[in-house]
Design a protein around this ligand. Sequence first.
Ligand code: UD1
Length: 419
Amino acid sequence: MQKLVIDGEKRLSGEIEVQGAKNSALPLLAASLLCKGETVLIGCPKLSDVYASCRILGCLGCECKAQGNTIIIKAEAPCGCCVPDELMREMRSSIVFLGAVLGRTGECKLSFPGGCQLGPRPIDLHLSALRQMGAVITERHGMLRCTCPGGLKGAELVLSFPSVGATENIILAAALATGQTVIRNAAREPEIVDLANFLNLCGAEISGAGSDTIIIEGVRELNGCEYKVMPDRIVVSTLMAAAAITGGEVSLKGARAEDVGAVIPVFEQMGCGIYSYSDRLFVTRSKKLRSVETVRTMPYPGFPTDAQPMTMAALSLANGTSIVIENIFENRFRHVDELARMGADIKTSGRAAVIDGVSRLYGAKVHAPDLRGGAALVVAALAAEGRTELFDVKYIDRGYEEIEKQLSQLGASIIRVSE
Ligand code: UD1
């Protein structure tokens, strides 16, 4: 078992290159299945979910080779349509393979992804859309079997909620379908734009990504290309929170202001200075940390749910009371009890959390409850008095490429210890 040992009260400063986005790399890897020839994805983060996606591609008959942060996929003739149960369990987001496998082979067998630490993660919107495109889907004993007897056909789809995963699955299924697919109330997240940009470079005809209406004209064939994964906007938000809570001064190379458009004003209200350059964001906090008015998580372009826990960690040391409303996932305050062990004063009721800023946080033994909740504890520990021992690092490792190296580079005292 591994833990992170963090000695707090070190001001972060310096420059770091932001890792590639996990939430973009995974759909891009799934998309490579649709492409003949070779796809080269540059800037893939070295994370277990990325390697799990490579193993899925292997099971589907593709060649997949990782060379550092570059992954080379050859999907000339995929010969499988089954995603093994253990890989579905390992990574809930493997559901994004459904649209790609169906699009390329016309059938797909996988297990139902089930719930996760954030609460139930239904896929009704994914399935309903694929059915409208002609897929016949049966659900039995936790297994999904999908076929499309007449091939996938374009359809006019309206999502009742702008689900990121459902939008990605529809794009993947529609890219090689017959005719035009229109997605209304589509998710507008930057990762959707990244997916559409990649597919368009491969020969797809997708327009409107980034808006709430996406139009996909099905094409006969896609051919692999070389593509650089977008920077990870949640890692950017995490490093912003780390700079804010330690009164630091960090340069985030590769970070794009437009990806964190709803996060920047919240940190500015907290007393940070955030300066955007063409190739980086510069974040500094020299004034006292201040509370903010209500932060509400919303689909993009609203404040991202994934940035909520670390923002809350920073607010726990701010002067005054802040409110956070979590609108996306029902079980996303699991870091609150652990932050309380460090001295934070946070009360939750349903979807709301009230954070009364305290003057000090104290190092403690804490457990990462999930990926972003774990990152929130790291952020808190960076500013806490004394030593924090953070267990269940495996959750944090799902989204951050060697978090201890990234933060050490900025002057934090953080090491990984194997027990
Ligand atoms: C993606 C991100 C995740 C992020 C989330 C919201 C990846 C790999 N993960 O997850 O980090 O927190 O977007 O920005 O990109 N829902 C349904 N039915 C469905 C699909 C979703 O009810 O068929 C609900 C979910 O339960 C949840 C909400 O919609 O409450 C948002 O889910 P969705 O946008 O689909 O998130 P993911 O794609 O799972």
